[in-house]
Ligand binder design. Structure first.
Ligand SMILES: NC(=O)c1ccc[n+]([C@@H]2O[C@H](COP(=O)([O-])OP(=O)(O)OC[C@H]3O[C@@H](n4cnc5c(N)ncnc54)[C@H](OP(=O)(O)O)[C@@H]3O)[C@@H](O)[C@H]2O)c1
Length: 372
């Protein structure tokens, strides 16, 4: 049977350590978890079974393995040390029998986006970022539809637009939206301009493309895709216009919990949740409902189902063609967008109606604001 493994790691230190070690998660502080994670070995988490292609009936088997580092630790420690621990985790996956390895969350962000890690391992490696982009862009389109925001007239902002995921997502959104706003940090202005130039020169771009170096510019957007590698939240309630849709793919999250608490007139969705074909059992609760996976996990499973044991997505440049190809393969095997969640809860049709009503109220209270 063809096999795969996927590396996860603690993102919210106390919550995620509790999922495997309830007592440690309870007694250790975040600071202690960050510290001890340096000395922890890679960890076997669980077996994954029941993934079955809707097209061919092929079944695959997989494993979750964990790199113990938190995002904060991965940014603090020397790159070489972090690579070493991820490679050790990959070797654990290899000993389990994995034919292909997926890199979850920050294990794909660190350094050169998996290139060095893949070189040091005996099996192919994929970051999963291509399908993450495909699903996020689809989610933005679907959220616009349910919120009755016509894409062709909408301003869509991408925060983290210089990143591996953000830049190609912006390129794809620019084919549908009326205007695209690329938002990046002031120190990355040159790289942001390069992304803008690439999008403008791409055949099929219909949007006006503009740049901003201040997160406050998000207030001009109807649709926002946020995907930074910041450790702390960057999108706050005052950055959003009434009726805005925000798709947050970043892990740790970019959108502050304050947005959920005080802005009932915006729709925040967690990007990247995918329904897996077959009766999948992860034998581990990573916070999703049964049968659902992150898009980056789904990319790894798709490649294994297709028998494509190759390093499909590596590095910091992802092409539109890669995104389109993995989306086609995933769809063929039966993976699909798995509904919306917001701050780890399902978004119901009633909630969407409440957001629409609240945004209409907010707009009428601010009559001079124009909804593009
Ligand atoms: N949901 C999923 O399935 C999934 C899958 C894979 C990855 N992810 C998540 O996606 C995020 C981005 O991944 P990536 O591979 O695209 O990373 P990346 O290539 O390193 O890009 C990170 C982006 O974030 C920006 N950034 C970093 N710190 C920031 C800050 N403090 N404020 C504002 N912008 C900041 C960077 O801007 P500069 O150019 O200024 O440095 C860059 O544009 C990560 O959180 C990762 O965990 C999620």
């Amino acid at each position: 049977m063809d096999t795969f493994a996927f590396i996860i790691h603690p993102i919210d230190p106390k919550r995620d350590v509790s999922r495997k070690f309830p007592l440690l998660g309870k007694v250790l502080t975040v600071k202690q978890i960050n510290f001890f994670s340096t000395f922890f070995p890679p960890l076997y988490i669980s077996e994954i079974d029941g993934v079955r292609s809707a097209a061919t009936g092929k079944e695959i088997r997989g494993w979750f393995v964990a790199c113990p580092y938190t995002p904060a630790r991965m940014l603090e420690l020397p790159e070489k040390t972090v690579y070493h621990k991820i490679v050790q985790t990959g070797n654990l996956a290899r000993r389990l029998g994995a034919g292909l390895l997926g890199l979850g969350a920050f294990t794909s962000v660190v350094g050169d986006g998996g290139v060095t890690i893949a070189r040091a391992l005996p099996m192919p490696v994929t970051t999963g970022d291509s399908y993450t982009v495909a699903i996020a862009v689809e989610a933005v389109g679907e959220a616009a539809r349910v919120m009755e925001i016509p894409m062709a007239g909408a301003t869509a902002a991408v925060l983290g637009a210089t990143g591996a995921i953000g830049s190609v997502a912006a390129e794809l959104i620019a084919r549908e939206a009326g205007a695209v706003l690329l938002v990046g940090r002031p120190q990355s202005a040159g790289r942001l301009e390069a992304v803008r130039d690439r999008i403008r020169s791409r055949p099929g771009t219909r949007a006006q493309v503009s740049l901003a170096s201040d997160v406050g510019a998000l207030a001009g957007a109807d649709l926002i895709l946020t995907v930074t590698s910041a450790l702390d939240t960057v999108v706050e309630p005052e950055h959003l216009r009434p009726g805005a849709v925000v798709c947050d793919i970043a892990r740790p999250r970019d959108v502050s919990a304050r947005v959920a608490a005080v802005r009932d007139d915006v729709l925040v969705i967690d990007g990247g949740m995918v329904a897996v074909p077959g009766a999948v059992d992860f034998h581990f609760n990573f916070g999703f409902p049964p049968g659902m996976a992150y898009a980056c996990m789904a990319e790894t499973m798709t490649l294994a189902l297709e028998g494509r044991f190759e390093s499909f997505t590596l590095g910091k440049h992802i092409s539109v063609e890669q995104v389109e190809e993995i989306a086609r393969l995933a769809s063929k095997h039966g993976f699909k967008l798995g509904g919306f969640r917001s701050f780890e809860r399902a978004v119901t049709p009633e909630q969407i109606e409440r957001v629409k009503a609240a945004s209409a109220r907010s707009r009428s209270a601010r009559p001079r604001e124009v909804h593009s």
